[in-house]
Design a protein around this ligand. Sequence first.
Ligand code: PMT
Length: 219
Amino acid sequence: SDAALLSGKRVVITAGPTREAIDPVRYLTNHSSGKMGYALADQAARMGADVTLISGPVTLPTPTNVTRINVTSAREMAQAAEKSALRADLFIGAAAVADYHVANAETQKHKKQSGQTGWTLQLAENPDIIARIARHEQRPGIVVGFAAETADVVHYAQDKLQRKNLDWIVANDVSRSDIGFNSDDNQVVVFGRDGQQFDLPQQSKSQLAGALLALFMKD
Ligand code: PMT
């Protein structure tokens, strides 16, 4: 049984979207619900791990026996991850992190000027959280990324695996509405740094989380 597979292991997981402020009432975000990352946190705790879940803004309840840290922006998520993930046994980046923040964000609510027909937002790069963690001197034992793709899934996933120095990447096709963002199910292809490839059929995110954790710990 996998019941005690993660006993004594420290696992850190990011989940959900990030929000990038435009002004105090507006923001940029994406469709992540947090379900995939929360399912991983729940299953890891059931397998006996000491689990920290770094969560963007979602409406899900905290899984039993999981320590949750709430964050809003990608830069906050990066800080929280660097505090808790170093030297962990396993780090999983399931969050859909915004690649950019609004460089010209305003501290007061933006007022539409009369006659104004446009508004230009300037975007600046966010830190790549998982790449920083995977290149750190105190790198966790195993670092796993997700790849949200809409086309050329295999090609882009392999590229992220190498570029971000990951052990595993879990690729999902987010152009489908029955899997990926916000659905209860997911279907993934997992690539390992040594060329391994595993196709996991469509199943609930909860079942899939158990299968993924078993794969990362056993292979
Ligand atoms: O939350 P759900 O509704 O359940 O949906 C699940 C999901 C589709 C969000 C999830 O399965 C998923 O694919 N998560 C990763 C989404 C994503 O942002 O992928 P990416 O290809 O942009 O990023 C690749 C990897 O780098 C990810 O592990 C991501 O967490 C990480 N990353 C990306 C950008 C950044 N600045 N920092 C990061 O750490």
